[in-house]
Write a protein that binds this ligand. Structure first.
Ligand code: NAD
Ligand code: ZN
Ligand code: ZN
Length: 337
């Protein structure tokens, strides 16, 4: 079968790879669409510390079932499905507490093991999700789950005002999740195009923090109290700090972004505001189910969120172009039809 292989940073080619074979309890899939996100770009650029080479990338997948077993009667050949790209060891502290999304020994498809940018893929049946969705929507499930998990961590309800700082690929999922829960949802970004998409995904308000003062804008929208929940989805020291500074007294702060450098805090605010400060990593099965329900309700602008669709043979070229001009791309999908 053909697969996209990253031999080393900056080098990707379509190569012949050994055919995928379904083992015990696995389902054989014909891969149809694979979405690319920031972590794939980092892998291509050699800036993802978790990836080793050579590596087939790809963890956002829409596929058609080719072969299944009688043990999984709900999975039928010909069905279009998506999947969870994570693994769990079952033994670490996170797994033992039922929080396998934060498994210490997780191996994400396309990162620590070969991924989905290949014609065929064998996946454990338990990782597969069926849904009444188009291929593009199925391919959008996984990238939205990360933000859905963050909003679940923040215990967001319709009573809350929620600010999401950073409305890129990951933050957009948090916007959609917060809106879907009925919360007043404020998207914050420095890019008007991202904010326009955030509004279509469920943001009730939008703040361009490059054009005005974030503090003043948030105070104005919350009668001087600050948002009940702030989700940080960028990973910059200043936005890590802004989350704690701007959140309401007794509010919740949820961090999704990975900061690339240490962050200095006025820790007095943790105590004085009696904050819940939460990390959020990957996603749980219930987050996949929630995203699927939201997409089935037609609440997310999938067509507008996809900026490029290319064939597998053009994937190496678009990776180069994306790496050279990241601002010109949002969601790239590779079609293997
Ligand atoms: N916790 C997890 O499980 C998990 C999973 C995937 C990614 N991440 C992390 O999430 C973060 C976001 O990833 P992404 O793929 O959405 O990135 P992205 O580049 O697509 O999005 C970042 C967004 O932030 C905006 N932005 C940049 N600087 C800003 C500022 N000062 N103020 C307001 N907005 C600003 C950008 O315009 C962009 O829209 C990264 O740190 C990534 O490593 C975490
Ligand atoms: Zn992704
Ligand atoms: Zn584990």
């Amino acid at each position: 079968m053909k697969a996209l292989m990253m031999r080393k940073p900056g080098e990707a080619d379509v190569e012949n790879a050994a055919d995928a074979v379904a083992g015990d309890g696995e389902v054989l899939l014909k891969v149809r669409r694979v979405g690319l996100c920031g972590s794939d770009l980092n892998s291509f650029r050699g800036k993802n510390p978790m990836v080793s080479y050579p590596r087939v990338p790809g963890h956002e997948v829409a596929a058609t079932i080719l072969e299944t077993s009688a043990w999984h009667p709900h999975l039928v050949a010909g069905m279009n499905v998506t999947l969870s790209p994570y693994t769990q060891c079952g033994k670490c502290a996170a797994c033992r507490r039922g929080r396998a999304n934060a498994c210490q020994f997780n191996e994400t498809l396309g990162v620590q093991r070969d991924g989905a940018l290949a014609e065929f893929l064998a996946v454990p049946a338990g990782k597969i999700y069926t849904a009444n969705l188009s291929l593009e929507e199925l391919c959008f499930v996984e990238p939205l789950t990360v933000g859905f998990h963050a909003v679940a961590r923040g215990r967001v309800s319709a009573e809350d005002t929620v600010a999401i700082i950073g409305c890129g690929g990951v933050g957009l999922g948090a916007v959609a999740a917060s809106g879907f829960r009925g919360a007043r949802t404020i998207g914050v970004d420095v890019d008007d195009a991202k904010l326009a998409l955030a509004r279509k995904a469920g943001a009730t308000d939008a703040i361009n923090s490059a054009r005005g003062d974030l503090h003043d804008a948030l105070q104005e929208l919350t009668d001087g109290r600050g948002p009940d929940v702030i989700v940080e989805a960028i990973g910059l020291p200043q936005t890590f700090r802004a989350a704690v500074e701007e959140v309401a007294f007794t509010g919740r702060v949820v961090y999704i972004g990975y900061a690339k450098e240490p962050v200095a805090y006025e820790t007095r605010l943790f105590v004085q505001k009696e904050l819940d400060i939460l990390g959020s990593r990957n996603a749980l099965p219930e987050d996949f189910s929630a995203v699927i329900a939201m997409l089935e309700a037609g609440r997310f602008p999938v067509d507008e969120a996809v900026s490029h669709v290319v064939a597998l043979s053009d994937a190496p070229e678009i990776l180069q172009a994306w790496s050279a001009n990241p601002a010109e791309f949002s969601k790239i999908m590779v079609s293997l039809d």
